[in-house]
Design a protein around this ligand. Structure first.
Ligand SMILES: NC(=O)c1ccc[n+]([C@@H]2O[C@H](COP(=O)([O-])OP(=O)(O)OC[C@H]3O[C@@H](n4cnc5c(N)ncnc54)[C@H](OP(=O)(O)O)[C@@H]3O)[C@@H](O)[C@H]2O)c1
Length: 344
């Protein structure tokens, strides 16, 4: 695969979605490859991470981070190669982890870039198990979930970037692990490849019944990635003193109104009180930034030892990013979704 060395393609936000994003909410713009000035480097994007939080950046409702403006570049984590360097700390051909967004090329003054190890055979893992999603799984499960050997840990979006790592860490900690995923293939993968004890298909009938059967001793830790109908099935199964790290609520990211049916807030709060459940949200870098090196060391070793496996869903071509992102919000990805823009 090759990309132009003279044109920089950029995907910008064309319109704010109402409900699920559509291809028309994005626009591709062609411009010249920028020229690095003194102290700058020119980066060529090799891999772009697509993540659910980007749906939030497309809206202008209040959030923990500023929205992308109309006509502005879509944001995103990237692995890039140094093409030209006028900066003493970076050499041509080195690979860096950065946040340079949905574009072929970017200029940088080096701030916020992390050098990746030379000769790394899997540089895209800096965006998956060894990057933000892996860090999210590690901190949310270990710091808020605090799993104890023998306890039952349930995680939804179980074959995805965060959920797959949550379940594998919980197995390392000696827990019984039950995944929830969309469809038989993803569920089978969670059990056969990732070593989960059970996995329940949230698209099949009677999610609550199947989950109850998979968790005969109830649920001690529920790692919340999804919300909605999945949480409704989990809530009655939570044990006294259960912990619920609230990581994401992807089922609601495209919602334009509250779900139909009776208000369930009273039931939730009464359950939290009666069962003394701890439910805590977190935003990984805001809350745990200083613990990055602890994570990197531990996770790096687990991956090397084969204790944590990774599946990446790599889609080729920047122009495919909008469609792939739309699919992520519908469960069409299988593993960590990454766009590859150029050969390594
Ligand atoms: N708090 C933080 O700092 C932080 C950081 C990173 C990620 N997150 C959150 O973590 C969650 C997982 O992110 P990820 O990057 O690991 O994504 P992912 O699991 O790789 O991909 C998203 C998955 O969500 C599932 N999904 C989508 N719509 C759903 C629905 N209506 N009901 C049930 N499942 C649905 C789909 O899996 P199935 O086909 O299996 O349903 C889809 O494949 C997201 O909520 C994300 O926002 C939070």
């Amino acid at each position: 695969m090759s990309q132009s060395t003279t044109i920089n393609r950029r995907i910008v936000l064309n319109a704010r979605p109402r409900g699920a994003p559509t291809p028309e909410d994005f626009r591709i713009e062609n411009g010249p490859v920028p020229e690095p000035g003194p102290g700058q480097i020119l980066l060529r994007t090799l891999f772009l991470s697509l993540d659910p939080y980007m749906r939030g950046r497309m809206s202008d409702s209040p959030s923990y981070a500023a929205p992308v403006g109309i006509g502005e570049l879509m944001v995103g984590g990237t692995v890039s190669r140094v093409e030209v360097s006028n900066h003493g700390d970076f050499k041509v051909d080195e690979l860096v982890l950065g946040y340079t967004g949905w574009q072929d090329y970017a200029l940088s003054d080096g701030k916020g870039l992390t050098l990746l190890p030379a000769g790394d055979p899997h540089p895209s893992r800096a965006l998956s198990v060894l990057g933000m999603p892996g860090f999210t799984a590690y901190m949310g499960l270990l710091d808020i979930g605090r799993p104890v050997a023998g306890e039952t840990v349930v995680v939804a979006a179980a074959s995805g970037a965060v959920g797959s790592v949550v379940g594998q860490i919980a197995k390392i900690k000696g827990c019984v692990v039950v995944g929830i995923a969309g469809g038989e293939t993803k569920c089978q993968y969670a059990v056969d490849e990732l070593g989960f004890d059970f996995c329940v298909d949230h698209r099949a009938d009677d999610l609550h019944g199947h989950l109850a059967a998979a968790c005969p001793k109830g649920i001690d830790v529920y790692f919340e990635n999804v919300g909605g109908a999945v949480f409704d099935a989990v809530l009655p199964l939570l044990n006294a003193k259960a912990r619920v790290p609230v990581c994401g609520l992807i089922s609601a990211y495209n919602a334009t109104e509250l779900p139909p049916g009776p208000d369930r807030l009273g039931l939730l709060v009464a359950t939290l009180l009666r069962k003394r459940i701890k439910m805590q949200g977190f935003i990984v870098f805001d809350d745990y930034g200083p613990r990055w090196s602890e994570f990197a060391g531990t996770m790096g070793a687990w991956v090397q030892e084969g204790k944590v496996k990774v599946r990446e869903d790599i889609v080729f071509g920047l122009e495919k990013a909008p469609e792939a992102f739309i699919g992520l919000l519908q469960g069409r990805n299988f593993g960590k979704l990454v766009i590859q823009l150029a050969n390594e």
